[in-house]
Design a protein around this ligand. Structure first.
Ligand code: SAH
Ligand code: DHB
Ligand code: MG
Length: 218
């Protein structure tokens, strides 16, 4: 809806302002042929604020794309903070790495290429621990990603999952596509998981009608 876009523009004008670094990321992504499925600017700022609320030092991201959301997150971290971000597609990872260098945040970001479920196993084996996990990759694996995140999230960590509403498809579509099925498995898994306390919030804006789920590890 045009009004949603207009209001998102107003919010960005008033509260986010011009951000040359992040604009350059979106331009580089478009030039490299990446799909424009990054979080919106207002959502990116929300991730950034949540990371600051958490006093996060170690952030895990599942689904890098060109690293737009990664840069919002890394900006929230103290000098010794870092982000590990997981990406399947080598081309996406390459574009992201170039974006991180241009934005001079590459030293704080570890891009791990390959299937995220495999990288999550590696992180658990390395006994890495995270304060905040942002899950934004292939939606059919969302329940598995949250289960794996529980192995590397400290007590009190925040887990955020993007795109859990997708214009209402979470309820509507019959028969469901794999992403919708994955979203329902995610809600079922979290409803049955005693270690998590969760909610989900619907959003509208330049990315249409969607929403995110957030959960705290008890
Ligand atoms: N978080 C990004 C957008 C991510 S788009 C932002 O807001 O800027 C989703 C990404 O997940 C794509 O780059 C896609 O290649 C990646 N992806 C899909 N399946 C994956 C998998 N199995 N493992 C890791 N990454 C995957
Ligand atoms: C898609 C993926 C996303 O992470 C998103 O925010 C929007 C769309 C997609 O795969 O279509
Ligand atoms: Mg997303």
């Amino acid at each position: 809806m045009q009004e949603w876009d207009g209001v998102d523009g107003y919010i960005v004008d008033k509260l986010l302002g011009d951000d040359r670094e992040l604009t350059e990321v979106l331009e580089a992504n478009a030039a490299a042929g990446l799909p424009a499925i990054d979080v919106s600017p207002a959502q990116g700022k929300l991730l950034h604020l949540l990371a600051r609320c958490m006093n996060a030092r170690r952030v895990l991201e599942v689904g890098t794309l060109g690293g737009y959301s990664t840069i919002w997150l890394v900006r929230a971290l103290p000098g010794d903070g870092h982000v590990v971000t997981l990406e399947l597609d080598p081309h996406h990872a390459e574009v992201a790495r170039a974006n991180f260098e241009r934005a001079r945040v590459n030293q704080k970001i570890d891009v791990r290429e390959g299937p995220a479920l495999k990288s999550l196993e590696d992180l658990a084996r390395e006994a890495q621990m995270f304060d905040l996990v942002f899950i934004d990759a292939d939606k059919q694996n969302n329940a598995r990603y949250v289960q794996a995140a529980l192995e590397v999230a400290r007590s009190g960590a925040l887990i955020i999952v993007d795109n859990v509403v997708r214009e209402g498809r979470v309820l509507d579509e019959r028969p469901p596509d794999p992403a919708t099925l994955g979203t329902r498995q995610l809600f079922d898994m979290i409803a049955a998981e005693p270690r998590l306390d969760a909610t989900a919030i619907q959003t509208v804006g330049v990315k249409k009608w969607d929403g995110f789920l957030m959960a705290i590890v008890k």
